[in-house]
Write a protein of this length. Structure first.
Length: 199
């Protein structure tokens, strides 16, 4: 279970800068607990349209923390929203720089050899596809894998449902860190949902 939760701002945090912090033991069952807490937070802030993608990113980042974090230490999840950008950080006590693995390319002659297929790094690839930007911050006590999404504009979402195209300027991300843009050519579907956040 998360051991700390903190809200800053007014009674309507989706209109002001807000922060929620949760900590959970580094155990597989904590992924479900963290997802439920993030789902409740995003839906409470009126961010249902990005909830599904952020929950999937959280699952991948939290699992990475379980595999590569310091044994016995809790995993911390910070969720920030400034009225435009939602940023999630998953912090663990492990060292090293996670590497995103690109999928091997199949040719017309043969499928990729099993030996050429990396066994890890797919989680970061998924995070790159589902987020606007992401990165890894090295810390004195470990590392933080973070990802950001901008909230969809209601008029744009309505236009998408009507099959119209609208151009929206990129929102400035929160904070300063080495960042990666979303994977080119990937088009995210609009999936407003605040359904159960189980695995």
């Amino acid at each position: 279970m998360p051991t700390q939760s903190k809200h800053t701002g007014s009674e309507q945090p989706h209109q002001h800068s807000s922060l929620v912090t949760m900590r959970a033991p580094a155990r597989p069952e904590s992924v479900r607990v963290a997802r439920a807490a993030l789902s409740k937070t995003l839906c409470g802030w009126g961010l249902a349209e990005i909830a599904d993608d952020m929950l999937q990113c959280l699952s991948e980042a939290f699992t990475n923390a379980l595999l590569h974090g310091a044994p016995g230490e809790d995993v911390t999840v910070n969720v920030r929203y400034d009225g435009r950008i939602t940023r999630v950080e998953v912090i663990d006590g492990g060292q090293g720089q996670p590497q995103m693995q690109a999928p091997p390319e199949a040719t017309t002659d043969a499928a990729p050899r099993l030996a050429d297929v990396a066994t890890g790094g797919r989680g970061l690839l998924l995070i790159a596809c589902l987020s606007d930007s992401w990165g890894v911050d090295q810390r004195a006590d470990g590392k933080a894998v973070w990802f950001e999404r901008s909230a969809g504009d209601p008029a744009q979402l309505a236009a998408q449902l009507l099959g119209q195209s609208h151009e929206v300027a990129d929102a400035a991300p929160i904070g300063h860190a080495e960042r990666h843009a979303a994977s080119p050519g990937f088009e995210r579907p609009s999936r407003p949902s605040c359904a159960q956040a189980g695995p």
